[in-house]
Design a protein around this ligand. Structure first.
Ligand code: FMN
Length: 204
């Protein structure tokens, strides 16, 4: 059975994004092996002085780390291993400040690793996870899917670009306007569930 990694960042009570994710999981529970990464409980390490310089030395400089140094990278390396070990990855996240929440970006910063998920070659950057497929489930309060706000949606393009760097093709299912169209929210979520049905049939 193919494996699916769920990367879940839906901390708000009664999260609309989580409704989409729960539907996805219930719909496909017999068709794939799920692993769930809850980013609110297992939060990636931010790249700060110590670990960032070790990542650069190891992943770009070929430096071998000692045990103590490696420990500082273990958390993010485990997240990378988890991604390398899956066939499908589903990221569930709301839009915050027109983009991905920092916690979700921290996950991308953790798993986009030279020599593991992408390679820096003479021809440029080459993704190494080409057999993996991604889905981004997201919601935003305003309608970032149409003019005049469309150009302010940095969330799904950023997620796609990050996955693309790793060679992972991405699709998005979105409910844009959870607050703007509060009176139609139920039907917008129902529409997203139909999109999830279609994608699930293609994937599994
Ligand atoms: C910290 C924060 C920042 C937000 N920033 C935006 C934003 O830039 N644009 C937008 O349309 N909605 C924004 N929203 C609204 C959420 O994207 C929207 O309510 C979304 O549906 C929340 O998803 P959830 O129900 O899964 O928590 C923001 C909400 C929060 C809590």
């Amino acid at each position: 059975m193919k494996k699916t990694l769920i990367v879940n960042y839906t901390p708000r009570e009664n999260s609309n994004t989580k409704k989409m994710l729960d539907y996805f999981i219930t719909k496909n529970k017999d068709k794939t092996d799920f692993s769930i990464l809850d980013l609110t409980k297992n939060t990636p390490d931010l790249l700060l002085n110590d670990n960032l310089n070790l990542v650069v030395a190891r992943n770009f400089g070929g430096v071998e780390l000692n045990e103590e140094e490696q420990k500082l990278l273990d958390k993010n390396d485990q997240l990378t291993n988890q991604l390398l070990d899956t066939d499908y990855v589903v990221v569930a996240t709301p839009v915050y400040n027109y983009s991905l929440p920092a916690t979700v970006k921290a996950w991308f910063d953790a798993v986009i690793q030279a020599g593991r998920t992408f390679a820096a070659t003479e021809k440029g950057l080459v993704g190494l996870s080409v057999n993996t497929k991604a889905l981004v489930l997201t919601t935003s309060g305003s309608d970032l899917g149409s003019e005049p706000m469309e150009k302010l949606n940095f969330a799904t393009p950023l997620a796609s670009a990050c996955f693309d760097l790793m060679g992972i093709s991405t699709e998005s299912i979105t409910v844009f306007g959870t607050q703007q169209y509060a009176d139609k929210l139920e039907s917008l979520i129902e529409t997203s569930k139909k999109e999830i049905d279609l994608l699930s049939e293609r994937w599994y």
